[in-house]
Design a protein around this ligand. Structure first.
Ligand SMILES: Cc1cc2nc3c(=O)[nH]c(=O)nc-3n(C[C@H](O)[C@H](O)[C@H](O)COP(=O)(O)O)c2cc1C
Length: 460
């Protein structure tokens, strides 16, 4: 790597405006030492979701990824306003939307800086997305597809480090080896990143190959750098948070899907897991409120704001929050799916969404009432392929997909032995799970919201 492009940390720091806090000082004094972090999510970590999530224990939230190239294009005001609304003044407002990190994807330091300058006064830090693994990121040359271009990454981060009045942070995926992952993280730190988020999956771990995140690699990163590190991946239940912090030594955990399906993932956290009442109805309901109630409350937040929330994004949230109910109440699933997404008719869409949520509430309240008298903990079952627990269907809970290995192992373990026709007596295990696997939503494609909602409709 060219030496002039990669100056030492001391040299880079010398050029930074004096008062800017960095690393742990920034983490503690500006952000308030957050441990429970909501991930950047295209079309899903929007202002309404952020406001709603803070009520349930989220301590720091990242905006959805914004494409710097499109954001700086002055002829494309629609993109800018849709991605960070400066007109209504609510996004990044200290009274409702802080602490906030605004995330960009970019491959041009000047475009990135110009974009960051637009939001500089409205957030606490700017993050660079180095993790998006989608084809659109490959075509646009950003996200994880930059991870082999270290000089460019250095320049992107360092340009913000030197020229912004707020810190720059970075979110990245791991490499196949611990050594390369650590070397990479150290380069990001040297470039000026003041917080690192390490997603413990490889660039190739997406779609059906998502699999589990590697906490050992995250731990190695945490041990190698001096700035705070957030661990990302494998957080489904509250118990996973503690386990992750212990296993990685990280300063906080970041959750995306776990928090989308159960926005109360961080609620009431800190109640000792070994306390006798941890599995009392009262405690379970703090961690897993009734999902239809959450959906209705989220709609209220959407309504309270002057800032417009994308109607496709709202629909995506509703499909996820109420998933356990929608699997059973298929007429409601279809009804929700049929609500026509029309950005010009927000009120009508919201009205139609509310009707579905209210009907869902009625039915879920009915089912909860029918189970009255039985402690909730006795209604928890176990998903056979993964061994992960499943809450009663009226409660908010994570959604997980068995990894390909888990599915294979389960199919083999449960396969009846059959003799294929016309062949000798060779035993052939027959897979038992013909179900079409669902495409995971680890997507960070801008403009793909409607597609995602369609996927949700067919998949729940
Ligand atoms: C709907 C959705 C949208 C996402 N959008 C982004 C994004 O804008 N920027 C980003 O860095 N990662 C994005 N991701 C990836 C997540 O931030 C996170 O790294 C990944 O889902 C792993 O965390 P999890 O195991 O908690 O889901 C997205 C994930 C989902 C599910």
């Amino acid at each position: 790597m060219a030496k002039d492009i990669l100056p030492s940390l001391a040299q880079a720091d010398a050029q930074v405006p004096k008062k800017k806090l960095g690393g742990y000082e920034f983490y503690r004094e500006v952000l308030g030492s957050p441990k429970y972090v909501v991930a950047p999510m295209v079309d899903q970590s929007e202002l309404a979701w952020r406001k709603f999530s803070r009520r349930y224990g989220a301590q720091l939230i990242y905006s959805p990824m914004i494409n710097a190239k499109m954001f700086v294009d002055s002829t494309n005001k629609t993109y800018r306003n849709a991605n960070f609304d400066l007109i209504n003044g609510e996004e990044g407002d200290p009274t409702i939307d802080r602490p906030l990190v605004v995330q960009f994807c970019a491959n041009d330091p000047e475009q990135l800086l110009a974009s960051a300058k637009v939001v500089e006064a409205h957030c606490d830090a700017v993050d660079l997305n180095l993790g998006c693994p989608q084809d659109i990121a490959k075509r646009g040359r950003y996200g994880s597809f930059l991870q082999d271009e270290w000089e460019l990454i250095y320049k992107l981060i360092n340009t913000l480090h030197v020229n912004l009045s707020i810190p720059v942070t970075a979110k990245f995926r791991v490499f196949p080896t611990i050594e390369k992952t650590v070397e990479y993280a150290k380069m990001l730190e040297r470039a000026g990143a003041q917080i690192l988020t390490c997603h413990g999956r490889l660039r190739e771990q997406r779609g059906q190959n998502t699999g589990v995140a590697d906490w050992d690699k995250i731990r190695a990163v945490k041990e190698a750098v001096s700035v705070p590190v957030f661990a990302n991946g494998n957080i489904l239940y509250q118990a996973d948070i503690d386990a992750c912090l212990k296993a990685t030594g990280c300063d906080g955990v970041m959750s995306a899907e776990g928090q989308l399906y159960n926005p109360a993932l961080f609620a009431g956290i800190g109640h000792p897991i070994d306390s006798p009442d941890y599995d009392s109805d009262e405690q379970i309901l703090i961690r897993h409120p009734r999902h239809a109630d959450l959906a209705l409350e989220y709609l209220d937040v959407v309504m309270e704001l002057k800032t417009t929330t994308s109607v496709s994004g709202i629909k995506g949230h509703l499909f996820k929050i109420m998933r356990p109910g929608l699997i059973r109440e298929t007429d409601l699933r279809e009804k929700l799916g049929r609500v026509k997404i029309d950005p010009k008719k927000v009120k009508e869409c919201l009205g139609a969404y509310r009707v579905v949520c209210e009907e869902m509430k009625e039915r879920m309240d009915r089912d909860a009432k029918a189970a009255e008298g039985v402690p909730l903990k006795d209604l928890i079952t176990v998903e056979p392929i993964t061994g992960i627990k499943v809450m009663p269907h009226w409660l908010a809970q994570p959604y997980f997909r068995p990894s390909p290995e888990q599915k294979k192992a389960y199919a083999l373990a449960n396969a009846p032995l059959e003799v294929a026709e016309g062949e000798s007596s060779v035993a052939v295990p027959v897979p038992v799970s013909p179900q079409k696997p669902k495409r995971p939503l680890d997507d960070c494609e801008p403009g793909e919201d409607a597609k995602r909602v369609r996927l949700e409709q067919v998949a729940v």
